[in-house]
Design a protein around this ligand. Structure first.
Ligand SMILES: Cc1cc2nc3c(=O)[nH]c(=O)nc-3n(C[C@H](O)[C@H](O)[C@H](O)COP(=O)(O)OP(=O)(O)OC[C@H]3O[C@@H](n4cnc5c(N)ncnc54)[C@H](O)[C@@H]3O)c2cc1C
Length: 224
């Protein structure tokens, strides 16, 4: 029996790795699929060429913020308020495209757009949504999401120690948070605290640079 010998040049190259095993991206609308390709293009042309420098310098790539704005991705998954909109699936696949190139950029976006903007959209008053969501969608105000505490992580729903006390028309928050992505450089923080009046956990929008008594200590991420 003759054995067919193939030269290396003749073998087909393997398809590019694609972790969308169920081809979910193909269930998106043509417009959403086009946007997903834009996100991949953004990560490959704007992020990949510069990001290692920021890893080495242990710094945040602020130079990317205008490009994020240009990509018009702010408010992905949120309807109205100057947000991009789109399905939760599109958000998930866009996050996958970001993580494919750099997980920290995916975390930056996930915290700002998913956790912080998502909290304002889901639980904020109409006045708060009108005030903050458009600015956050334009990346003019960057946000963080402060739930976890030094002694409370998974048990945040029942164990939060940060308290909130209403005094006149002000709220006084008291406590500490830990592991809060974006907190060293963001403009506003969505802080979760337990109202001492009714023991309910509530979220508060805190302006980092102008709120008395609010401070952020940056983690030393390597031997410095
Ligand atoms: C890279 C990174 C970014 C983060 N960014 C943010 C952020 O932006 N904002 C924010 O608020 N938090 C953030 N976190 C914190 C994250 O939400 C917490 O790490 C998470 O909630 C777990 O809490 P913990 O680390 O205190 O672990 P623990 O809650 O102490 O859990 C330790 C282990 O015990 C297990 N465990 C806990 N409770 C139980 C139980 N009842 N039964 C059985 N097993 C249990 C857990 O599954 C885990 O395996 C971030 C964390 C990381 C690592």
């Amino acid at each position: 029996m003759a054995i067919e010998r193939k030269t290396i040049a003749q073998t087909k190259s393997l398809p590019a790795p694609n972790s969308d095993f169920y081809q979910l991206a193909e269930t998106l609308s043509a417009e959403e699929q086009a946007f997903l390709s834009q996100v991949r293009g953004f990560m490959e042309t704007k992020v990949a060429p510069i990001i290692n420098k920021y890893w080495v310098e242990d710094a945040f790539p602020f130079e990317l913020i205008p490009a994020f704005k240009e990509l018009n991705i702010g408010g992905l998954g949120i309807e109205g308020y100057g947000c991009r909109g789109g399905s939760a699936l599109l958000f998930g696949l866009a996050a996958m495209e970001m993580s494919r190139v750099d997980s920290s950029i995916a975390t930056f976006f996930g915290v700002h757009n998913g956790l912080a903007m998502g909290s304002v959209y889901a639980t904020g008053s109409e006045e708060q949504k009108q005030k903050w969501l458009p600015q956050m969608a334009r990346f003019e105000k960057i946000a963080c999401f402060g739930l976890t505490e030094p002694l409370v992580g998974s048990g945040a729903s029942a164990g939060l120690t940060t308290t909130a006390k209403k005094e006149g028309d002000m709220w006084v928050l008291n406590g500490q948070k830990k592991w809060i992505g974006n907190s060293p450089f963001c403009d506003i923080s969505v802080i979760w605290a337990r109202d001492v009046e009714d023991n309910q956990v509530k979220a508060f929008i805190v302006e980092n640079k102008t709120t008395p008594g609010f401070s952020v200590e940056r983690f030393k991420t390597r031997l410095q």
